[in-house]
Write a protein that binds this ligand. Structure first.
Ligand SMILES: [Zn+2]
Length: 465
């Protein structure tokens, strides 16, 4: 027994790292709402521009339809399209009860089997802890499990406070987080009010850039350079003006009900009025040319939207730079709250259009020990769940199986598989060699001491070796 122990420690000392338990990988995901993929070209983001050169980066991450905030943040967290996770828009109709759902438990629990990445992480291992800083869809139970750390959306909490709190979760002495997801509501907020080409939006782009630098500095100061960091956004933004608002009120009134906001109207016809209402909308879309209208079964497959109970009987989708009549009320609200003077040239921000339009697409930037310079950036928002799971060492079958169109889980590149194999073979060979040498040494010692004592080893109990 003693021999085995000695051999083990000789092996440990010779191979050093083998005796030290491997630490789990950590991941920080930071989302800047509505940061369009071409904002890097405005000369407002020196920190991000510098990071791009040394990070894994793409400016063309294909997000999910509709290109809105809640659907996309939930797709990032689950790897599912909206028809699978059910948060199909910022507001939608619960067809079972006939009530309109806005942000809340029901919106995100259409599919009870969905396991967001923060829940999967908590479930997988007693030492794994997740934290969400205002991430849409987080802050509620999934599979009966709640995150260790969570802060609900609160505009009044400063961005610095959010960073400091998130960092403290990684540093918690008893339950340190290994996954933290942080949400910032800008530049989206200012883009909606003042448009994507405004000075206010530019100021938020600068603020985003400063925040990225602050986060990286906070990680360094707190000895957290081993954290893998992902910066991303959920969608882009388009500018809409008053003359580009399409008013469907007169067509729909008396025949149906509208749920949702531009550029998507979810339309529920009154009983027996489906064909009549669709026919009128279709005729007008042909004449107007700036929006499409679909019956549920005809919504394009590539939107991954229609195979869901919550998908409406009729869906109207405006073309980029256009919106619907709900914007009239929004503009009145903006005028009252922000003292904005509105002319026919005044721009407002709208998103939610077809994800194939470049102006709707977000960016992805990643750095850290798991992201090597030759690592290929992911192409789609729905691939991020698999990527995050791989980094955290989690099994991903839970959600991937629910979506037949989902690609296989993203694989994190390992350093050099050939090197790993060579290292294992070398370790094995050297361990055997060292053990053999040790046995020879012990045998020599025993024989030497036995001879000194005047009798041989052959007939003796060797249990004392
Ligand atoms: Zn958003």
């Amino acid at each position: 027994m003693e021999v085995i122990k000695v051999c083990f420690w000789i092996t440990c000392i010779s191979q050093l790292g083998y005796c030290i338990p491997q630490r789990d990988s950590k991941l920080l995901v930071v989302s800047f709402d509505g940061f369009r993929n071409d904002y890097f070209n405005r000369s407002l983001t020196p920190n991000l521009r510098k990071l791009i050169e040394t990070s894994v980066f793409t400016s063309r991450l294909l997000n999910v339809f509709p290109t809105k905030t809640f659907p996309n943040h939930f797709s990032i967290a689950t790897g599912l399209y909206v028809e699978d996770h059910g948060a199909i828009d910022s507001e939608t109709m619960d067809v079972e009860t006939g009530t309109v759902l806005t942000y809340g438990y029901e919106l995100f629990h259409y599919n009870k089997n969905v396991t967001p990445i923060w829940t999967l992480n908590e479930m997988s291992n007693g030492s794994h802890h997740s934290g969400c800083m205002m991430w849409p869809g987080c802050g509620m139970d999934y599979q009966g499990i709640r995150n260790t750390y969570d802060v609900k959306y609160n505009e009044s909490m400063t961005w610095n406070q959010r960073i400091n709190t998130s960092i403290s979760w990684f540093k918690h002495p008893q339950n340190p987080a290994n996954l933290v997801m942080v949400y910032f509501e800008s530049p989206d907020l200012e883009e909606h009010i003042y448009g994507p080409n405004s000075a206010q939006t530019d100021a938020q782009i600068r603020r985003t850039d400063d925040t990225v630098a602050s986060i990286l500095q906070a990680l360094e100061v707190n000895d957290l350079t081993d954290v893998n960091v992902v910066f991303l956004s959920d969608h882009g933004m388009e500018a809409v003006t008053l003359p580009r608002i399409i008013n469907l009120t007169d067509i729909i009134n008396g025949l149906g009900l509208v749920v949702g906001t531009s550029p998507l109207l979810q339309i529920y016809p009154k009983k027996g009025k489906l064909e009549e209402l669709y026919s009128k909308l279709h005729q007008y879309s042909q004449k107007n040319g700036n929006f499409d209208v679909y019956k549920k079964q005809d919504i394009p497959e590539r939107y991954h939207y229609k195979n869901c109970k919550r998908a409406p009987p009729i869906l109207a989708v405006a073309k980029p730079k256009y919106g619907f009549q709900d914007l009239y009320a929004y503009i009145e609200d903006v005028k009252a709250k922000y003292n904005v003077t509105v002319t026919n040239d005044t721009e407002f921000g709208v998103h939610g259009y077809d994800p194939d339009f470049p102006s709707m697409q977000p960016f992805f930037l990643a750095r850290g020990p798991k992201f090597h310079s030759d690592f290929a950036a992911p192409n789609r928002t729905v691939d991020l769940f698999g990527l995050f799971a791989d980094i955290l060492g989690l099994h991903t079958t839970a959600n991937v199986d629910k979506s037949p169109l989902k690609a296989p889980p993203f694989q994190v590149k390992v350093e050099d598989p050939g090197f790993t194999v060579r290292l294992v073979l070398f370790s094995l060979a050297s361990s055997i060699g060292l053990a053999t040498l040790f046995f020879v040494f012990i045998l020599f010692q025993r024989r030497h001491s036995a001879q000194n004592m005047g009798y041989t080893l052959v007939d003796k109990d060797d249990s004392t070796i």
